[in-house]
Every structure is written in C-alpha cells, then in structure tokens.
Design a protein around this ligand. Structure first.
Ligand SMILES: Cc1cc2nc3c(=O)[nH]c(=O)nc-3n(C[C@H](O)[C@H](O)[C@H](O)COP(=O)(O)OP(=O)(O)OC[C@H]3O[C@@H](n4cnc5c(N)ncnc54)[C@H](O)[C@@H]3O)c2cc1C
Length: 511
C-alpha cells in the first residue's frame, strides 16, 4: 500500500477543494486532488463571488485572473417582478473591503483559475478518480480510489471531503445532512439577454408565483433563475420558450433570452451535517451544507470553509501544532454554515411572499432601501464581511484596541500596502506598532510568517496610540490583538491558543 502519511487527500476539484489545495500547497504541504469527472464541468452554477472571497483569492494569487473573466457588479436591486420597478437598491460601494462589488463570473472559470494556480504550485488534479472507500485509525486514513483502470488502495495523513452535495466522503464517515428536505425547485438558464436592465446590478425579482434572479455576466451573457414549485414532471430541463414565459411574467417583461448555454431544473434542500471534523477527515463546502442559491452564498461559504481549515491543517500535518487546533475548524465554521442555511431559506421565502407577508417584506425592503445603516449592514452581510470568530478559543484580545480578535483584519484605505497583498506571502502576518520589539517578535514568530511595522493609517485604524500588535491568520482573521507588543504575549498565544509544541520546526513555504 502506498503510504503518504503527511499528504492531504482532497476529494473533489470544485471551488472548495481547489481553494484548499492552493492554500495547502502555498504552505508547503503535499496535496493530492482526485476528481471523478474526466473533464471539468461547463455548468455555470455559482456565479457571484463576494468581497470576502475576493480578499482571500487575492492573497492566493488568483484574483486578477478571475477579474479578467468576470464582471464587477456594484449593486443589488430588489425589483417588483410584476411591474419591473425597483423596490430597493442596495449599493455595495460602502462595503468595508477593497472589493466593494460582486464579481459575476461562471463557476467553471473560477475552477479553471484555481486549478491553474494549483498547477503552478505543483498540484495537478487527478481526473477520472473517485473516492470509493475510507477507514481511519489514529495515524492515518486508508482510502479506496476507483478509476477506469480499477480500484487501488492508498494511505494518507488527512482527507478533505470537498465532493459536493452528494458527497461520498460524508457517507463514508457515517454522517448525514440534517435539515429541511421539502425541496425548492428552480428553473435556470445561462443565456445571452437583451434587456433594459443595466448590467450594473444583480436583480432579485419578487413575485407571488416565485422569486426570480438575474445575474449579469461578461458581455451579453446572464444567469436567470426562477423558483418553480411544484416543478413540471417528467423533464430535467425547461425549454428556452418556457424560461422566456417565466421571465415575461416575473421580470416585468423586460428580459429577452437567446443563445442558451445551459438550461436546467434543480432542487435545493436546506441542511447541514452535525459536525465538520471526523478525526482525520473533514467536510467542507456543499458536502457540509446545502441551501438555496438566494444571496449567492453557497460557493462563497465553501471557499471560506477551505480557507479556515487549510492553514490549521498545514500546521498540524507538518507536526508544528497539536491536532487539537483542528477542532477550531468545526467550532468556527459550523455556526457560519448554520446561519447561511437559515438566512438563505428566509430570503427565498421572502422573495415569494404574498398577502400580509408581502406587506411585511415591503416594509423591510423600504428600511433597507432608505436607512443607510440598515442598507450597509445588509450589503456587508451578503458579502460575508460581517462573519467573525470572536467567540473562538483562537481569538485572544489583550487591553484596548479598536479592532477585535476574531474579526477579519480591517484593511483601511490609506495604508501603504493592503493586508490582502501582505498575506500573499504565505503564513501569518504580525503587524506591530512601536515598542522597538520587532526583532524579538520576529524571533518568536520564526518562519511561521512575516512581521511588518504598522504605518500611521493602520495604527490609527487599529486603535494603537503607542504600542500594539495584531497577529493576522493566513485566512485574514485576527487571532491575537494586544495593546502592547511584548514577545511573551505572542509566545504564550502560539503555545496556548494555537497549540504549538516545542521549539521552532522548519517548514518550507512557497509563495
Ligand atoms: C444547478 C446549480 C445551480 C447553482 N447556482 C448557484 C448560484 O447561483 N450561486 C451559488 O452561490 N451557488 C450555486 N450553486 C451551488 C454551488 O454550485 C455550490 O455551492 C458550489 O459548487 C460548492 O462547491 P464545492 O466545491 O463544495 O462542490 P462542487 O462544486 O459540487 O464540487 C465537488 C466536486 O467533487 C467531485 N466529486 C464528487 N464525488 C466525488 C468522488 N467520490 N470522488 C472524487 N470526486 C468527487 C464532483 O465531480 C465535483 O467536481 C448551484 C448549484 C447547482 C447544482
């Protein structure tokens, strides 16, 4: 049997598996990705990349390529589908991110860019290979892989199940999705459109027959979908004429479709696995949570799962941190998945409400549209910018500072270098203000990351009048925040909160 003990096996080359592969490879971990499909899918599926994902993809060195294939969309409109009139415009321009917009790009492009980045780091996707069996013991995971050539056995240190909604990994670890299985059905088209709606907004159409969504992609291309319950029987895809008829009724008569690339019906459930870690096996993305596409949260949430797990797994797989660190993956990400399942369910129901519920919805829409603060919170929430890990055991706050441990590290405009650019150097980022302790802090951090001096704009934004330091994790979140920059505080954090053992252990990180 092939023993690859420190290697991580990633099952599934969707956006989640590939994100994990890129980050693990950057951090110097040996990775193998297996993917059952012989060829990448052409199905466009998730088309909205949110700000939090873009920040991460920038640090991974993948964002510029993705931007060249997509369209920046700076707003989200809720439109009365009966009249075509906008009820509310949610401008994303005030979102606290260097990317105050949604990047609309077809999922195969996102996967292709990530696969290219992974290949640059030496990770090649092994296509036509499916996970078929899995058992684990204290030291590793034995898997059975199936391909056209037959079955083979191999042993890995760790396995990440990023194999989507019908996850085999999930079944093999003996868990199951729990939640609502009443099913919501959508009709979807990926087509070119002629429309009077400017491509400056993602539009959600409210209609008593069922909500609709219009995502402008590059050029004349768009993604159109409608909730259709109950769905027609005996067919897997609507015709273009059927989609057009839905658009005529539910999109204010202002959308004409032609040149379809993909037409399909699909069903969504709302469910989540009870936990994300099973010893040496983890679940992420759709393998761990499934829900409505309302708000375009699915792929983005999965990408953040991968970002959260990868750096922790790298430290443990390399023997630098105790495996207890891995429990924080479930502790930090499971509540986020639960929240996404809840809110996307609500959003879908709200989009379809009629009668008194529609009145309530319209009042809520009015508030979102006319109260700036409410609108900005709604925009930031959709962009996943409000997610924090303040309650995590990994978030430690000493003294006074404007930023909070567990929040995503703010990237204030006016600083010389963006945090997301600094995170392009693999590992942690320690930002330090004052105290003359930089050399000692560098010694404590060793090759775990980079120490940089805060400039005035950053020190002000982080709330350090004199001394301070913030340890930014590779996923961009603040682990330690202190209003002093004492090396003992950092040393204690690494040993106690991040479960680091022993002295410095060398690790090879690749940019
Ligand atoms: C029709 C449709 C429309 C959607 N629209 C939207 C949308 O508009 N917005 C949005 O945010 N989300 C949307 N989604 C959801 C979105 O596509 C997912 O959230 C996203 O793809 C999750 O990524 P993932 O990597 O977890 O899983 P996936 O993208 O499903 O990738 C899993 C990969 O694992 C592979 N695999 C499966 N089993 C095995 C095995 N045993 N061995 C090896 N490989 C395996 C699969 O072939 C696949 O490539 C849509 C989904 C569907 C199906």
């Amino acid at each position: 049997m092939n023993a690859t003990h420190d290697t991580v096996l990633i099952v599934g080359a969707g956006p989640v598996g590939l994100t994990a592969a890129v980050q693990l490879a950057r951090l110097g971990v040996a990775v193998r990705v297996v993917e059952v499909l012989e060829q990448p899918t052409t199905e466009s599926r998730a088309v909205g990349v949110h700000a939090r994902s873009m920040e991460l993809l920038a640090s991974l060195g993948a964002l510029d390529r993705l931007e060249s294939l997509g369209r920046r969309v700076p707003a989200l409109d809720v439109v009365d589908g009966r009249t075509g009139r906008a009820r509310v415009r949610m401008d994303l321009g005030n979102a606290p991110s260097r990317h105050p917009y949604v990047l609309d790009v077809a999922q195969p492009d996102t996967e292709a860019v990530l696969a290219e980045r992974a290949a640059e780091l030496g990770v090649v996707v092994d296509r036509g290979v499916a996970l078929a069996g899995l058992t684990q013991d204290d030291d590793g995971v034995d898997v059975v892989l199936r391909s056209a050539g037959g079955e083979s056995a191999a042993r890995y240190g760790w396995v990440l199940g990023a194999d989507g909604g019908h996850s085999t990994t999930r079944r093999l670890v003996g868990t199951t999705l729990e939640g609502g299985f009443h099913g919501q059905h959508f009709a979807m088209a990926d087509a070119d459109v002629d429309t009077s709606y400017a491509p400056d907004s993602i539009r959600m159409f409210t209609h008593p027959d069922g909500m609709g969504m219009l995502f402008p992609l590059a050029g004349d291309r768009a993604r159109i979908m409608f909730l259709v319950d109950p769905p027609p029987e005996g067919t897997t895809a609507p015709t273009l004429a059927e989609m057009q008829a839905l658009a005529d009724v539910r999109m204010g008569g202002a959308v004409r479709m032609h040149t379809p690339r993909w037409l399909t019906y699909f069903e969504v459930h709302h469910a989540q696995v009870p936990r994300y870690r099973f010893g040496r096996v983890f679940l992420a993305g759709d393998a761990a949570h499934i829900h409505s596409p309302a708000g375009a949260q699915g792929m983005n949430t999965g990408i953040q799962d991968a970002a959260n797990l990868a750096w922790k797994l790298a430290l443990v797989a390399q023997g630098r941190a105790d495996a207890a660190l891995l429990d924080s993956y479930d502790a930090e990400r499971h509540p986020v998945g639960a929240m996404v399942v809840r809110t996307t369910t609500t959003l879908t129901e709200v989009g379809t409400a009629s009668g008194p519920e529609a009145v309530l919805r319209n009042v809520a829409m009015f508030l979102v549209g006319h109260v700036h603060k409410v609108r900005d919170v709604a925009a930031s929430t959709m962009a996943e910018l409000t997610i924090n890990y303040r309650d995590s055991a990994l978030s430690v706050h000493h003294g006074r500072a404007a930023v909070k441990a567990g929040d995503h590290a703010p990237d204030p405009a006016g600083t010389a270098v963006a945090i997301e650019d600094l995170l392009a150097t693999p590992g942690f980022l320690l930002v330090v203000q004052g105290s003359g302790q930089e050399a000692a802090l560098r010694e404590v951090l060793g090759d775990l990351g980079t120490v940089v001096a805060a400039d005035d704009a950053l020190a002000q934004a982080y709330g350090w009048p004199i001394d301070g330091m913030a340890l930014i994790r590779p996923d961009g979140y603040l682990g330690l925040v202190a209003d002093s920059a004492h090396p003992d505080v950092l040393r204690d954090y690494l040993a106690t909160s991040l479960h680091f053992g022993g002295e410095r252990i060398e690790v090879t990180a690749r940019p």
